[in-house]
Design a protein around this ligand. Sequence first.
Ligand code: SF4
Ligand code: SF4
Length: 113
Amino acid sequence: MVDFGFNIKKARSFNLTTSDLTKASELLERVPSYRLCISCGGCTATCSARQFTNFDIRKVHNSFRRGLYSGLDKELHKCMLCGKCTLVCPRGVNLRSLIINMRQILDSRTETL
Ligand code: SF4
Ligand code: SF4
């Protein structure tokens, strides 16, 4: 096999029909600008925390809106809330607010379990 210097990632699959989207819907109500996200990755590319950790904010918010919440609370605490991602988002998504609300929703989720 030829070594191209990279590997194609294994495909991830999820079922939106069986996913629990309650928290994702709550997030969209709290931060309506998130409906405009086109998943371009500009937020991840500019992220301050990304320079020092493997934090990937696009992966985190995409997982959240797909109902894949496992491990996200731990990931979200890598964010320093500097707001740089909000400044560069081409769609005007209020990412700082999005992150704060994801943390709050996940915290309340833990309390009710
Ligand atoms: S930069 Fe904005 S539009 Fe692009 S993935 Fe991030 S939140 Fe979505
Ligand atoms: S607010 Fe958080 S996610 Fe956004 S650039 Fe700063 S550290 Fe990264």
